[in-house]
Design a protein around this ligand. Structure first.
Ligand SMILES: Nc1ncnc2c1ncn2[C@@H]1O[C@H](COP(=O)(O)OP(=O)(O)OP(=O)(O)O)[C@@H](O)[C@H]1O
Ligand SMILES: CC(C)(CO)[C@@H](O)C(=O)NCCC(=O)O
Ligand SMILES: [K+]
Length: 255
């Protein structure tokens, strides 16, 4: 039995092959492709992996992209399933006005984060941050209710927006520093502290609403770059989407 977890994001597709559809499964293989390269998965990295028994995915990209990924799996005898946000799943309840409109990546990452917290001890409220093309900052109470969350432009989008929207700004990478004294540092620090500041605000909201200190957990390819600029301790988790997918898969595909 093998299980393939897919995370089709805004910019890249990430995949991970496990030896079982279980939270303690062993990772056999993994990779990432920019969305413009997904038509070469079958002849490329997927040509030499074991055919998965089950495929569970998270897709925030368009249906067209999702269908192109499904085409890459035609050599395998498997019907991929895609998680969509619902009113409740895997211990979480969805407080969104229209639960199905919540991004599947956000929902799955919260499921991963909540289960991760429960394995560590008593339930407490959480702030779950995902740092990628976009940044999301979610609030979950100790009972597993998703209270609401923020969506912000990611660091790359912020800087590109400044570059294209101003007369004379160009954006070479700078350092994050409290008092930037050159343009590069001012831009890099501005983007980083915009994210860190939004997260701090959400921590305050959760503390006030729940009357308890939230557990803060951060994921996404650029999470480690944000970590030193946060105002409070954050646990970094490699890929909460895969953790969430594994947990959901364990229910959907019992051994
Ligand atoms: N120093 C930084 N601080 C914060 N964020 C950064 C930094 N450098 C890059 N980023 C962000 O990280 C993103 C890349 O992260 P990641 O690899 O998780 O995203 P992705 O896989 O491209 O996104 P998606 O999952 O939406 O497809 C970039 O788009 C940029 O917004
Ligand atoms: C916010 C993003 C872009 C983050 O990847 C994604 O989760 C998404 O497209 N969400 C749908 C809208 C929403 O979550 O309210
Ligand atoms: K993502």
């Amino acid at each position: 039995m093998t299980f393939l977890a897919l995370d089709i994001g805004n910019t890249r597709l990430k995949w991970a092959l496990y030896d079982a559809a279980h939270r303690d499964a062993k990772l056999l293989d993994s990779g990432a492709e920019f969305l413009e390269n997904i038509d070469k998965l079958a002849e490329g990295p997927w040509s030499c992996i074991q055919a998965p028994t089950h495929v569970l995915g998270c897709a925030v990209a368009s249906d067209v992209i999702r269908r192109r990924v499904e085409e890459q799996m035609e050599a395998w005898d498997v019907a991929p399933q895609w998680v969509v946000a619902s009113e409740a799943e895997a211990g979480l309840r969805n407080g969104y006005d229209h639960p199905a409109r919540l991004g599947a990546d956000r929902w799955i990452a919260m499921i991963g984060a909540y289960q991760h917290m429960l394995t560590q001890g008593a339930a407490q409220p959480m702030v779950v941050v995902m740092v990628g093309t976009a940044v999301t900052v979610e609030a979950v109470d100790a009972s597993g209710k998703f209270l609401g969350g923020l969506i912000l432009p990611g660091h790359g989008i912020m800087l590109r927006a400044l570059e294209s929207g101003t007369a004379g700004l160009h954006v070479p990478t700078g350092e994050v520093t409290p008092f930037p004294t050159n343009t590069s540092d001012a831009l890099t620090s501005g983007g980083t502290y915009a994210i860190a500041g939004a997260v701090e605000r959400m921590v305050q909201h959760v503390r006030a609403h729940c009357g308890a200190e939230p557990k803060c957990i951060m994921t996404g390819g650029a999470a480690w770059k944000m970590a030193p600029s946060m105002t409070r301790p954050f646990e970094l988790v490699d890929n909460l989407i895969f953790d969430g997918l594994l947990f959901i898969a364990q229910k959907r595909f019992p051994a």
